[in-house]
Design a protein. Structure first.
Length: 571
């Protein structure tokens, strides 16, 4: 096996800054930038630095050769790779790397959804292409998150806007700190995609690479918030105002250097809730990271090892999976037909005045039940080895979970430690929205989040699978309310009998994994929800679960903020 060229991490730019001048719609400026970048890369290939510059950026070169929304850039980098393959000595390490990356020219975006069923630059409509182009100009990539969300352009636009408002707009925390908080959130739920994405953005925004290597180099103020991250990630119902007060008045000799203000805590809660819920979307849709997203692990070594082992990857297997193999079995087709009938009956059930309020809490408790045979607790491998292998490979992820070893436990309606969160006492529309506006006075952020919730909650094409003219509102609300139930939030005006009537075991188990334990999701979970659904319908279920979880986490966090504020005003 060839050894890769020796590259000094300290001397090279592993971020997109090298390509940043390409991020413009001005054709003349882009051509000038492209010519300059190509000249530098060609010189590197010809030996000016033993190929180090080319090696450092080969993953991004490969990505740009396939996904950029500008044909001039795509064609230029495609030609560069072809020239490298034809001119380099066959036995050179750089040649081996070029050959391997050529195999990634058609990357797999999802382990669960075939590429030909996803929106792409080549097949996108004008609205989606505009969003792709805008996102590329802003971030230098069309991420797989954006690509899969593009099934629903109106939602994608709201998502992009709210993400930028949380992570980029002027605020109480620097951008690099926000990226680090995002990294912490992703690591807490073992989502390597988020960890790599936020590492990449952290470095792009000028973050200190030493923070990513050891906690000893991280500002103590960022370390003291790990408890809040853990609670919100796994059991947000345990959060109390006292947790936030300890952040404001830490028992530390550093005093004010590690204390968190109210506005900083609000932003941290927004970031944590965004990325904790995003982990459910990423794992729920089986998203693969961009090939250049993990700049600090040697993907090249992984590729060369794969060649030596003679093995393919799960992604390559997915690429060859035919549409016939994705067809739903007859049992799911029949279950879908029955669901359509149940939705009609549910309308009648909603009008049933015989249902007594005294049964509310009992039905609330029952609605979370899942059959023990539903494989709710399975990881990718039945023995849990996926999680262990991933933690071994990504020791940085393991480090974030060891400090505060809290894990998900089901909400217990009979607990003496905490109680049910009643939505009529504190909800998003009347309370959470207003509280965010109190800290972001222009009203933009609260409005954007509200728009996200509203779009996905009401989004429908009035069909389920191949069944047209179906009112799906009851189905969508059942998913939303069920996720809130998992988080201990009760909608007092909802008949919880509908949850078990509408949502059957495989679907409930999948939704619970998306909302609570995304690291345990498998391809089989996605493919076999118990209903004959189109890929975009399955993605919509994931998005509903993701946004319901986000709102639930925000409610707990903002409610604790409100209690903290009220206590301060009473003192």
């Amino acid at each position: 096996m060839h050894t890769s060229p020796r590259v000094s991490k300290g001397s090279l730019d592993y971020t997109l800054r090298f390509f940043h001048t390409l991020l413009t719609q001005d054709e003349a400026a882009r051509k000038q930038a492209l010519d300059r970048i190509l000249w530098q890369l060609e010189n590197s290939l010809q030996g000016s630095d033993q190929g180090q510059l080319f090696v450092a950026h080969i993953a991004t070169i490969t990505r740009f050769a396939s996904e950029v929304p500008f044909s001039d850039v795509r064609e230029a980098f495609s030609s560069l790779l072809e020239r490298a393959e034809t001119t380099l000595p066959v036995h050179s390490p750089v040649y081996s790397m070029v050959k391997e990356y050529q195999r990634l020219r058609r990357p797999i975006f999802s382990r669960f959804i075939p590429n030909d069923q996803l929106p792409t630059v080549q097949n996108a409509n004008s609205v989606t292409l505009r969003l792709f182009t805008d996102n590329f100009l802003f971030t230098g990539r069309i991420s797989t998150v954006v690509r899969v969300m593009a099934f629903f352009p109106s939602y994608l636009e709201a998502y992009i806007q709210s993400y930028r408002a949380i992570m980029r707009r002027p605020g109480p925390l620097p951008e690099t700190w926000r990226n680090y908080l995002g990294l912490m959130a992703g690591a807490r739920l073992r989502c390597s995609y988020i960890v790599h994405m936020q590492e990449t953005e952290f470095l792009l925004h000028g973050g200190d690479i030493r923070w990513l290597e050891s906690d000893e180099n991280v500002p103590p103020k960022l370390l003291v918030i790990r408890e809040l991250n853990a609670i919100l990630a796994h059991q947000p119902w345990l959060l109390k105002s006292e947790h936030l007060q300890r952040l404001a008045h830490p028992a530390s000799s550093l005093g004010g250097q590690v204390s968190w203000s109210l506005s900083e805590c609000v932003l941290a809660i927004l970031i944590f809730s965004h990325f904790h819920s995003l982990a459910g979307f990423i794992e729920g849709c089986g998203l693969c990271p961009d090939i250049d997203m993990d700049s600090r692990d040697s993907l090249v070594r992984l590729l060369l090892t794969r060649e030596q082992d003679g093995g393919g990857t799960e992604e390559e297997e997915m690429a060859t999976k035919t549409n016939d193999a994705l067809q739903s079995p007859p049992s799911e087709v029949e279950a879908t037909r029955q669901l359509v009938e149940k939705l009609k009956r549910a309308i009648i059930l909603q009008e049933d005045t015989s249902y007594s309020d005294s049964g509310d809490q009992q039905q609330f408790a029952k609605s979370a039940s899942i059959d023990s045979n539903s494989h709710e607790h399975r990881s990718w491998n039945s023995d849990g080895s996926f999680t262990e292998a991933m933690e071994a490979k990504y020791s940085r992820i393991a480090g974030f979970t060891e400090y505060y070893p809290l894990k998900h436990e089901d909400f217990d309606v009979n607990s003496k430690t905490y109680k049910i969160f009643h939505i009529h006492e504190y909800n998003w529309s009347d309370h959470g929205y207003a509280l965010i506006n109190a800290f972001y006075e222009d009203g933009e952020l609260a409005s954007l989040l509200d728009k996200q919730f509203d779009i996905i909650y009401h989004l429908t094409d009035n069909s389920i699978g191949m069944n047209a003219n179906v009112d799906t509102s009851i189905f969508r609300r059942a998913i939303w309310v069920y996720v809130h139930r998992l988080m201990g939030i009760m909608h007092d005006d909802y008949d919880y009998r509908l949850v078990n009537l509408i949502l059957k075991q495989p679907l409930k188990a999948f939704i619970k994994k998306v909302a609570c334990k995304p690291e345990t999701i498998s391809r089989n979970d996605f493919e076999r929800m118990g209903l004959a659904l189109r890929p975009e319908e399955k993605v919509q279920i994931v998005l509903l679960s993701m946004e319901a979880r986000k709102q639930a986490e925000l409610l707990y966090g903002l409610h604790a903020i409100m209690k903290w504020m009220n206590q301060d005003s009473d003192d």
